[in-house]
Design a protein around this ligand. Structure first.
Ligand SMILES: [Zn+2]
Length: 368
């Protein structure tokens, strides 16, 4: 077994405030990512927001444009699976109770699945799993939903959530990251018992290890970019705003009603520190970042994780295809770099592969 398992998980979705179009924000960038992955022999896991798709399905009779996007979503998810990648569950609570008015979806103010009433949440999880199963079983009789990534990383309070996950057969849950703090959603992952390896959680406090059970937490791979990386990031963001005016913005977003943009509770409380490592984040692709920034933060993470004992240490890269626009070249260069530089010590796996390996027994899952 190699030293590391790399899991690239994509949050497959429209923007948090409901803006965007399945064609530009999901279909095209996914096609690109699949092509790059297939060329490099990478395996991907798409965590697909079915809450969004259930809303499109419900409203498809109102507007042919909604129906077209709904069908394109199905087609894209089928293509993901047909290309040998994994499809798992992601949910954004704001699609519940959203309203369709004048051609726009107005999202609910609550963006946390953990704050949804349990009965409603159980139904959403069940409907979503049924949706994926109905879509994918015909092409993969063994298809099963086994993993969940929380929209906006929100998994607190956790007790009822774990009841619902157990009932739904979810085995691996993502969203937790060292010291993450999203106060608008009640998320606080400071003082995690375990920030790197998978662990069995204490169901009443997701930050704590618990007894061996049916659900594991897989933390996102944190990294402290140094000052050089921060300047690089700042410069890339500046260039992105100045030079690369979002290509599709004129027709997608010109007259967006005010309330839509104001609905944005996910701002992470970040503490900058005047130290060698000013800022804490996690490995991600998508958004205005240079391939150099991607490479440096990845190298740093590998260096840190080489200190972990044993083999099969998980590394999670969070991808957001909705933010790939203008970033294609850097992402391709970065993934090419990872494969060429690290293939001797990294095995590229999907979530389902990883769960299989955990179950086969040789991997460490932290417990009380
Ligand atoms: Zn998401």
């Amino acid at each position: 077994m190699k030293k590391f398992f790399l899991i690239i998980e994509d949050d497959f979705e429209l923007m948090g405030n409901g803006l965007g179009n399945v064609a530009s924000h999901q279909y095209l960038p996914t096609l690109f990512l699949i092509k790059v992955a297939n060329n490099l022999g990478l395996k991907l896991t798409f965590m697909v927001d079915v809450a969004q798709q259930l809303v499109f399905e419900k409203h498809q009779h109102l507007d042919v444009n909604i129906k077209t996007q709904k069908d394109l979503w199905d087609e894209t998810v089928l293509q993901i699976k047909l290309n040998g990648h994994d499809v798992q569950l992601h949910l954004h609570a704001q699609w519940l109770n959203c309203e369709y008015k004048n051609g726009y979806f107005f999202m609910d103010k609550n963006w946390s699945i953990a704050r949804v009433e349990q009965k409603t949440r159980k139904k959403l999880i069940k409907d979503s799993i049924n949706y994926l199963t109905n879509l994918l079983k015909p092409i993969d009789p063994d298809y099963k939903v086994n993993s969940f990534k929380a929209g906006s990383w929100a998994l607190q309070p956790s007790e009822e959530l774990f009841e619902d996950f157990s009932e739904a057969g979810i085995e691996m849950v993502m969203g937790v990251r060292k010291d993450m703090n999203v106060s608008g959603l009640g998320v606080n992952y400071e003082n995690l018992d375990e920030d790197t390896m998978p662990y069995y959680p204490n169901h009443s406090d997701i930050r704590k290890k618990g007894k061996k059970g049916d659900i594991m937490i897989l933390p996102l791979s944190y990294v402290y970019p140094g000052w050089k990386d921060m300047f690089d990031l700042g410069w890339t963001l500046y260039k992105d705003k100045r030079v690369n005016k979002r290509m599709l913005s004129p027709f997608l977003e010109s007259n967006v009603p005010k309330g839509i943009r104001e609905n944005s509770p996910t701002g992470e409380k970040v503490r900058f520190r005047l130290k060698k490592n000013p800022y804490l984040t996690h490995l991600k692709i998508g958004g205005a970042r240079s391939s150099k920034y991607y490479r440096n933060t990845f190298d740093k993470t590998i260096k840190r994780l080489r200190m972990e004992e044993g083999n099969g240490i998980p590394i999670v890269v969070e991808s957001h295809t909705k933010n790939f626009l203008n970033n294609y070249k850097d992402i391709e260069q970065f993934l090419d770099y990872v494969v060429k530089k690290y293939s001797h010590e990294i095995e590229f796996v999907t979530m389902s592969d990883y769960i299989e390996k955990v179950k086969d027994g040789n991997l460490v899952v932290k417990t009380l």
